[in-house]
Design a protein around this ligand. Structure first.
Ligand SMILES: CCCCC/C=C\CCCC/C=C/C(=O)SCCNC(=O)CCNC(=O)[C@H](O)C(C)(C)COP(=O)(O)OP(=O)(O)OC[C@H]1O[C@@H](n2cnc3c(N)ncnc32)[C@H](O)[C@@H]1OP(=O)(O)O
Length: 295
């Protein structure tokens, strides 16, 4: 029930509405006490040290299952209403993998109701992260295909481990599926139209150095320095007055967010009718089999 309640609330209210601050003020004291403690979730750890760090921990590859997405949205919502938290670093608990993207098993052989619930959870994660009032920094400590890349692109700043074996991109077409319009818009807002057009059609994954060249990530550092560099970047971003930074972020992102909010139900219906097609189910199955065979 709690998960559903959170999943129905919408992120733009956080980024765009003044009432958010009133709510923050009223609830601040007990929330401050509550949320300054680390959360002990199963698959999304929230550590409150020098900086607030959200660590995805869904072995083996941090695929974004319905559970992970739900837990992620709830954790982010908790931080969002915590006045003591102005910024969050998003990373992975595992070396070498940031996130393998959406959990393909959630999109195979399930009911239409399941697909609809799953897709709503994907949308909610995006609305909350892309629409966050907080400074969000992705510490990309490994590969990050598709939904993993989307999460990273939702952040304000991206630091990636400097290893050409780690790649990032929206590779959906390689699976025989299509990145929806709001994935596309997030990428356009990050790297521009021309690069997005080519990347999406080819389903291109960019090794870290190439990701830096096209502006998909902002900085490369050695694997060991990813998190400390994120902490340093966070202090830089937090030196800017919150209200000015938040309004600017909102001006930049509002049209993209509004577009999904407006078409949210149609987007769910589109996803369900697309993913239930036999040909798409077959493509996903072939892709999964190939993943398993590569060992
Ligand atoms: C016209 C309108 C359109 C409307 C919308 C329509 C369509 C919907 C679009 C949906 C958008 C989709 C977004 C996505 O995110 S799809 C997921 C894409 N992800 C990938 O392609 C990543 C695949 N995985 C990998 O490339 C590699 O696993 C790796 C992440 C680079 C890690 O490599 P490695 O360390 O070598 O691990 P393994 O490959 O051995 O994998 C370990 C086990 O994990 C399983 N696995 C991997 N990825 C996933 C995944 N995304 N979901 C579920 N399971 C995954 C893999 O099969 C291995 O399992 P096993 O141990 O049981 O063999």
């Amino acid at each position: 029930m709690a998960a559903q309640a959170v999943l129905r609330s919408s992120a733009p209210a956080r980024l765009l509405s003044g009432s958010f601050y009133i709510r923050k003020g009223v609830l601040a004291s007990w929330q401050h006490y509550q949320s300054r403690r680390p959360f002990s979730n199963e698959k999304v750890l929230v550590e409150l040290d020098e900086s607030t760090v959200m660590k995805m921990k869904n072995p083996p590859v941090n695929s974004l299952s319905l559970d992970v997405l739900t837990e992620f949205s709830i954790s982010l919502e908790k931080l969002e209403i915590d006045r003591g938290c102005r910024g969050v670093i998003l990373t992975s608990a595992f070396p070498k993998i940031f996130s393998a993207g959406l959990d393909i098993t959630e999109m195979c052989g399930k009911s239409a109701e399941h697909y609809a619930a799953f897709w709503r959870a994907v949308q909610e994660m995006w609305l909350k992260l892309y629409g966050s009032n907080m400074v969000t920094i992705a510490a990309i400590n490994g590969s990050s295909p598709a939904g993993g890349c989307l999460m990273a692109m939702c952040c304000d700043y991206r630091i990636m481990a400097d290893n050409p074996k780690f790649a990032i991109g929206l590779n959906e077409t390689q699976l025989g599926i299509v990145a929806p319009f709001w994935f596309k818009e997030t990428m356009v807002n990050t790297v521009g139209n021309r690069v997005t057009e080519q990347s999406l059609q080819l389903g291109q994954m960019y090794p870290a150095p190439d990701a830096l060249k096209i502006g998909l990530v902002d900085k490369l550092v050695t694997e060991e320095k990813v998190q400390s560099t994120a902490v340093a970047a966070m202090s830089q971003w937090l030196a800017v007055p919150d209200h000015a930074r938040q309004i600017t972020k909102s001006i930049m992102r509002k049209p993209t967010i509004d577009n999904l909010v407006k078409h949210r139900e149609a987007d769910i219906n589109n996803f369900v009718s697309f993913i239930t097609k036999d040909s798409i189910q077959k493509s996903l199955q072939v892709y999964m089999d190939r993943l398993k065979q590569k060992k």
